[in-house]
Design a protein around this ligand. Sequence first.
Ligand SMILES: *Cc1c(COP(=O)(O)O)cnc(C)c1O
Length: 348
Amino acid sequence: MRVHIDAPPPPAASDEACRADFGKLFLPGLLVSDWTSDRGFGDATIGPLQDWPLSPFAAVLHYGQSVFEGLKAHRTADGRVAIFRAQAHGERLARSARRMGMPELPVEDFVATCKAFVQHQAPALNATDAMYLRPLLFGTEIALGVHASSSYRFAVMGCIVGEYFKTGGAQLRIQVSEKYVRAAPGGTGCAKTAGNYAASLVAQAEAAREGFHQVLWLDAVERAYVEETGAMNVGFVAGTTLLTPPVGDTILDGITRRSVLALAPALGLSVEERRIKWSEVEERIVAGEISEAFGIGTAALIAPIGELGRGGKVVRLRGGEVAARIKAALRAEQLGHGAHAAEWLTFA
Ligand SMILES: *Cc1c(COP(=O)(O)O)cnc(C)c1O
C-alpha cells in the first residue's frame, strides 16, 4: 500500500511528561485508506487531523461494524521510535474484521501504515511519553438495511499518553460483575469491536457508582469462571505461578498478555493457563495463597488490583512485587532492552 503525505510534520514535543488524561491529547495527523469492493484498500494518505462529513445513514452508526486496535510506540535510548508488536496487532485487526464480516487489511499494510504514521508524527513524541496508536476500520455505506457495508474506511489516529489510571499510585478496586455478561460463546468477545464496549458501559458506570474502577467479567454460561476486565486481561500470582484464563471465543487475545506469558519463565514464573473459578480466586486470596492480581493490557501495561468485590463482599490483596517486575520487563522490551526486541519491535 502506498502512503502519500499531505500534512506538515507536528511541532517538536517538550521534554515535560504528558499530564493530559489518557486519550485526550491528539496527534495532529490522520492516515486514511478507503476500501471499495472493486478496488480493495486504496492508497493511504496522511493528512491533518480533521472531522469527516458523515451521512446520518452511514452503516456503522446503525449496525455497528467497527473494529479497532490499540498499540504503542516509544522513543528508544538511541532516539529512534519503536512500535511494540505491530505485526501481532495487525493480525488481530484482521481477525476482528473477519468476525464482523468486514474486509481484512493485509498485515503488511497494517504494519506499513502504522510505521509511516509514526514516522511522520515522531517529532511529537518525547523520551518519556508514549504514542498510542488507534487504527480503526468501519463501514461507510450510506443506506439502511441490515447487511454488511459495501464500503469501508481504515484510519490511523493517535494520542500522546502518560499513565492510564490516575489512581495516584493506589491499586485498582475491581467489581466482579453479577448482573451483566460481556461475551457469550459464539459471540463477538474475541473481536476488538465497538459493540462489546457499548454493551459493557452500564456495568462500568454502576461499578463506578459503588467506588470501583473496573468490572471483572465472569463467563456467560455458568457465571462462575473469571474472564477479563473491560479492556484488560487478568492474571493472578500464587507463589511462583502466574495464573490466567485461556483466551478464546469469549476472552480477547491480548498482545500484552501474550507478551507477559513469553516473559514469565525468565522472571522465574511458571504459567498456568486454565479456567479459574471466581470461588477459587476468592478462597485462595483469603487463604493467602494468591498474593497478587492485576490487569494486563496495552494502555496500563500491568495494573495491580488491590480489592475485588462481589455482592457486597470484598477481598483485599497487598502484593505488587511480581506485578512491578513484570511491568519493568515489558517496559524494557518496549524500549528495546529486552531479549525479544528483534521480534517485537518495528522501528519507524
Ligand atoms: C484491548 C483489550 C485487551 C488487551 O489487549 P492488548 O492487546 O494487551 O492491549 C483485553 N481485553 C479487551 C476486552 C480488550 O479490548
